[in-house]
Design a protein around this ligand. Structure first.
Ligand code: NCD
Length: 322
């Protein structure tokens, strides 16, 4: 039974490694991914793709809903010539009969060369990786992490500003339960002189454990609860959805869900001329649609497209082809 340590530092070598957390990366590891993603972008834009991963198979095992992460991973695999087993929802698999994660992951590992997995429980994808015969890429484990989203988010910020050092960002919404923000702060904390303004209602602040863990890494986190405290000229705004599925009391969710809405007026009042307007999506009312035409609104296209390029890069790297 494979019991290899599931969280392994990348240290310049991605081949055969599961991608579970931003804690596995150094800045030079991220640089390798970003440079590969630059190449993948060029490749897609000029030729649509290649057969770099011909003969490889990638499974998507999604125990939770997904649009962007699922389709961009499956697109990424196919643009590089890999075959796919796309399971969006596991109810038609033996999971419905009560099969354990350990058995499911070993089953798929007999068929494919890499597994992309999303699951509602924190740590579940790490557990799968521990038992897996093939690399597992974490596509979101409950309120834990969403490392490939953070990679695409950082790629988007780096593409605009050339570097991730000396960056100031505003993260808004549900920082308690949002796995995208957990991974993004982890990732940005690797860089120099990063300041995060965390704009949340009191109840959706980062857990104190996360707050201490992140600040110990050197990232400066300024917790605010009023839009008037948004700094002028932040490099990016990262709005997020209040994570309804993590609430036991839906009245509480209703009371908090639209505390901060990105409107044209808010952008006019507080964003700088270069501020990237970002959101991992889906949005459920927290960005008004008339912001979509703002040239700074990368959430509606560029940020999502970057998801394909960065996932192509990560698949090629873990499969030892880049
Ligand atoms: C996010 C997720 O699933 O964590 N979506 C995504 O992958 N782009 C964000 C969310 O669901 O709020």
């Amino acid at each position: 039974m494979p019991q290899k340590d599931s969280i392994t530092q990348v240290k310049g070598n991605f081949k055969g490694k599961s991608i579970l957390s931003l804690d596995q990366f150094s800045t030079s590891d991220l640089d390798i991914v970003f440079k590969q993603a630059d190449k993948m972008k060029q490749l897609v834009q000029t030729q649509g793709g290649s057969d770099l991963l011909k003969g490889k198979m990638v499974a998507g095992l999604f125990y939770e809903p997904s649009s962007r992460t699922f389709t961009s991973f499956m697109t990424a695999a196919q643009r590089l010539g890999a075959g796919i087993i796309p399971l969006l929802g596991m109810q038609a698999s033996s999971v419905a009969k009560g099969e354990t994660i350990e058995d499911t992951i070993r089953t798929f590992g007999c068929n494919v060369d890499a597994v992309v997995m999303r699951h509602p429980q924190v740590g579940s994808v790490g557990l799968a990786a521990k038992y897996s015969y093939v690399p597992v890429l974490n596509a979101g484990d409950g309120i834990g992490e969403h490392p490939t989203q953070a990679v695409l988010d950082m790629f988007t910020i780096r593409e605009k500003f050339g570097s991730l050092d000396n960056i100031t960002g505003v993260l808004t919404g549900d920082l308690l339960n949002g796995r995208t923000t957990h991974s993004l702060i982890r990732g940005l904390s690797l860089f120099k002189n990063v300041t995060i303004y965390a704009l949340t209602p009191g109840k959706l602040k980062l857990s104190r454990e996360d707050y201490e863990n992140f600040t110990e890494r050197g990232v400066k986190i300024v917790e605010i609860s009023e839009v008037a405290d948004i700094p002028k000229n932040a490099n990016f705004w990262y709005w997020t959805r209040v994570q309804k599925e993590r609430f036991e009391d839906l009245n509480e969710y209703e009371a908090l869900k639209h505390k901060y809405i990105m409107t044209k007026q808010l952008v006019t009042d507080y964003a700088g001329s270069d501020t990237l307007l970002m959101h991992p999506l889906p949005r459920v009312g927290e960005i008004e649609t008339d912001v979509d035409t703002d040239p700074r609104a990368v959430y509606i296209k560029t940020q999502m497209q970057n998801g394909v390029y960065t996932r192509m890069a990560l698949l090629a790297l873990v499969l030892g082809k880049a």
